[in-house]
Design a protein around this ligand. Structure first.
Ligand SMILES: NC(=O)c1ccc[n+]([C@@H]2O[C@H](COP(=O)([O-])OP(=O)(O)OC[C@H]3O[C@@H](n4cnc5c(N)ncnc54)[C@H](O)[C@@H]3O)[C@@H](O)[C@H]2O)c1
Ligand SMILES: O=c1ccn([C@@H]2O[C@H](COP(=O)(O)OP(=O)(O)O[C@H]3OC[C@@H](O)[C@H](O)[C@H]3O)[C@@H](O)[C@H]2O)c(=O)[nH]1
Length: 346
């Protein structure tokens, strides 16, 4: 068992970080916090950018290759003096002077991460190496958005951070879940070997406005299907469970982790657990009671259960989610209605 890693006990021999720019000590220059968000044009990333931009002391730089993200998600910030957007693939090195790095860049929906698995694993491994190299060079603190998928098809339920997981290393999901596991390893090796300040969030299924309409993940699929009067496609057996976190809660957890004193890994997710049949029934009840629920084939290695143990997040970050599924779904419905051009029937 890992020795309580969530308590930040992996301190090891620390080298001092590089000396900050002389401007940092200038009496006349009050520098802002310069923050890089990789994958900031995506779903969680763009909500994180919105929150970071609310603080006038923050300058935000987004680096994204637009594989699953879009400039549209950031349109309100383009042209803002504290905001910069760079088309950049994290598998290539990046040199920017920053104080913090939120490293999110990686396709997250299974249909997208399986589309080009070699690219997905390169994004996780080479992309994380590049961002760690940057953190080392400029002395930045770096937060990795890891995933509940590091627990694979978990044999321990709910999943605490101390659980090492049950992952198929050669399956069709491995490019993502093994990729994230290696990314976590790299984070800790840079921390132990080079004294880099790291933070690791293990994110559980997150949903909310701005998800791609055809993203392929279950909540966006069901809402889009309900609004298009199409059957809700529950993949067999339908008894598999997930725990869904609303995006504003997620962003709050990520910022607390970055600003706090603990390396993690820390689970960030909502412990409310639902079977996929229950989720379909809830969407049907809330959005379109006339819709059919259809059972369809599943894909290999689909985890049968998933629920975060968030004791660590509560204790170390003072964080817990506030938005219940029944309250979050209508907020997402509103956004999907606008984008699909489907108005509510009176
Ligand atoms: N949403 C979830 O339920 C969830 C759960 C666990 C972990 N995560 C993690 O959170 C992060 C964000 O997820 P999301 O749901 O917002 O996904 P998303 O697909 O909406 O966003 C990912 C962003 O990364 C960009 N990107 C992908 N590959 C890149 C590359 N090589 N270089 C630069 N940019 C690249 C995409 O264009 C996109 O803007 C990911 O790291 C994901 O693994 C998400
Ligand atoms: O239309 C659908 C889509 C999906 N599903 C089911 O819904 C469950 C959740 O599937 P999703 O594709 O939304 O997401 P998964 O939980 O499999 O993976 C996610 O996990 C955490 C993150 O790292 C990623 O966002 C993603 O990999 C699965 O059991 C899947 O079989 C359906 O029943 N119907």
């Amino acid at each position: 068992m890992a020795k309580n890693s969530a308590n930040g006990e992996h301190q090891a021999t620390k080298k001092p970080p590089p000396t900050p720019s002389p401007l940092r000590f200038s009496k006349f220059f009050q520098p802002n916090m310069r923050i890089l968000v990789t994958g900031g044009a995506g779903f969680i990333g763009s909500h994180l950018v919105d929150k970071l931009m609310e603080n006038e002391k923050n300058e935000v730089i987004v680096a994204d290759n637009y594989f699953t993200g879009s400039k549209d998600n950031l349109k309100k910030w383009i042209g803002h003096p504290r905001f910069e957007l760079i088309r950049h693939d994290v598998t290539e090195p990046l040199l920017v002077e920053v104080d913090q790095i939120y490293h999110l860049a990686c396709p997250a929906s299974p249909i997208f991460y399986k589309y080009n698995p070699v690219k997905t694993i390169k994004t996780n491994v080479i992309g994380t190496l590049n961002m760690l190299g940057l953190a080392k060079r400029v002395g930045a603190r770096i937060l990795l958005t890891s995933t509940s998928e590091v627990y694979g098809d978990p044999l321990v339920h709910p999943q605490p951070e101390s659980y090492w997981g049950n992952v198929n290393p050669i399956g069709v999901r491995s490019c993502y879940d093994e990729g994230k596991r290696v990314a976590e390893t790299l984070m800790f090796d840079y921390h132990r070997q080079h004294g880099i300040e790291i933070r690791i969030a293990r994110i559980f299924n997150t949903y909310g406005p701005r998800m791609n309409i055809d993203d392929g993940r279950v909540v966006s699929n069901f809402i889009a299907q309900a609004l298009r009067d199409e059957p809700l496609t529950v993949q067999l057996p339908g008894t598999q469970t997930r725990s869904f976190c609303y995006v504003s809660d997620m962003v709050d957890g990520l910022i607390r982790l970055m600003e706090g004193e603990h390396t993690g890994p820390i689970n960030i997710g909502n412990p409310g657990e639902f079977t996929m049949i229950e989720l379909a029934e809830t969407v049907k009840e809330l959005i379109n009671p006339n819709i059919e629920i259809k059972m369809v084939e599943n894909t290999p290695d689909d985890p049968r259960q998933r629920k975060p143990d968030i004791t660590t997040a509560k204790e170390l970050l003072g964080w817990e989610p506030k938005v219940k599924l029944r309250d979050g779904l209508p907020l997402m419905e509103e956004d999907f209605r606008l984008r699909l051009g489907v108005s509510k029937k009176e």
